[in-house]
Write a protein that binds this ligand. Sequence first.
Ligand code: 1GP
Length: 249
Amino acid sequence: MKIGAVEQALMKEIEGRRTICFSLLDSENIRNQDAGEIAKTVEHEGVSAILVGGSTIADQIELNSFIKKIKEDTKIPIILFPGNITGVSPYADAILFTSLLNSDNPYFITGAQALGASAVRKHSIEALPTAYIVVGDGGTTGFIGQARGIPSSKPDLAAMYALAGQYMGMRFLYLESGSGASSPVPTDLITAVRKVYDGFLIAGGGIKEPEAAKAVAKAGADAIVLGTLFESNTYKTLLPKIMQAVREG
Ligand code: 1GP
C-alpha cells in the first residue's frame, strides 16, 4: 500500500522522537462559526493536524459543511476520526482508518470498515491504517464501540494488543481513554506499548493540562489529542501552555 502525503508529513514531523499535537473537533459539539476561529488558533500555535469526528455523528451534511468551513480558514491537514460509517467525508485529506481491536462486536473491528471502505476509495481519502485501543471504560466511544476496555492497571494487556496491531500492519495506534475522561491513559501503560510498538503512537482522552500533556509525551506518545479543550474558551490560554509543555516533554 502506497504511503500518502499526510502520512509522510506526519512521519517527518516526529523525526527525532518529537511529540506533536492534534486537535479533535466534533461537528456535533462545535458550531461552524466557532470552528473557523479554533482552526486558525490551533494552526497558529503549531498543532499538526485537525481530527474531525465523534462517536455519535449521524449528520453527514453537517459534517461536510463543518470541514469545508475549517478548510476555508487553515492549511493544516484535516484527518477524519470516524466512530462509524457516517464519519466519512469527501472534504477531508485523510482518515484514521481505525479498527477497534478490543471491541466485543465484530462490527467495530471489520464490519463498519468494509461498509465504509468504498467511499474512502471513491473520494480518494488517504487511509491511515490505525489500531484503536480503548483503555478503561472509554466513555462514549467505549460504550458505542462495545469495547472491553483494557484495565488501566494492566499495561501488559495493552502491549499485547499493540503488538497484534503491529503484526497486522497497522502503522498507527491510538490509545484512547475516552473523550472527557477524568484522567489520561496512564503513563506506564503508554510506555509499555511504546516498548513493543514501532509505528505512530497517538494518545488521547482526558488531556487538558500542560503537566498531563508533558507526561504523556514523555511516556512515548508521538502525538497527543486534545478534544474537550476546544469546547470552551479556555483553550485560548491553555493551548499555548500545553504546546510548550509537549515541546519540553
Ligand atoms: C477523544 O481522545 C480524544 O477521542 C480526545 O479526548 O476530549 O478528553 O480531549 P478529550
